[in-house]
Design a protein around this ligand. Structure first.
Ligand SMILES: [Zn+2]
Length: 150
């Protein structure tokens, strides 16, 4: 099932990023399906946390916690971003899952021979680009493990 999102092609990003339900991608990579798959994984994470918070808000409402319900509804949109920004282990988990999905798409397009080298590249990205304080070996192992679970 594909969840709705919108795609913006812009040179405001070097490669691609996502926020809430929007993926921005550089014109050079507009046809790079693996990169879009990576960002789409973040869209799925957004939907998961939004749905969880909204459901919690509904439960709170029916239990008589109206103010809490309102807060859950308001924060449902920003929960994933707040967790991504401030909770390092979750940011790592979100990225591992996104890179695993990207790796699966690369394998689908180019065959299994490309998996190892791309996993190494993604592990390098996780050790340098996300303030994660993780070793390349651990990142590689976690990306490949998540990829094998897909
Ligand atoms: Zn990502």
């Amino acid at each position: 099932m594909n969840l709705p999102y919108y795609l913006v092609v812009t040179d405001e990003v070097t490669y691609a990023d996502s926020k809430h339900f929007r993926i921005r991608i550089n014109p050079k990579y507009r046809d790079n399906e693996p990169l879009i798959v990576h960002e789409y994984e973040h869209i799925k994470q957004q939907y998961f946390f939004m749905a969880t918070m909204l459901l919690t808000g509904v439960i709170a409402y029916f239990m008589g916690y109206t103010l809490a319900a309102i807060y859950f509804a308001i924060f449902s949109v920003t929960t994933k971003d707040l967790l991504y920004t401030f909770v390092r282990p979750l940011r790592y988990y979100f990225e591992v899952k996104a890179y695993a999905a990207q790796l699966k798409q690369l394998e689908y397009e180019h065959g299994s021979a490309v998996v190892h080298d791309n996993a190494m590249t993604f592990a390098e990205a996780l050790t340098t680009g996300y303030n994660l304080n993780v070793t390349k070996g651990k990142a590689f192992k976690d990306i490949v493990t998540a990829y094998l679970d897909l």
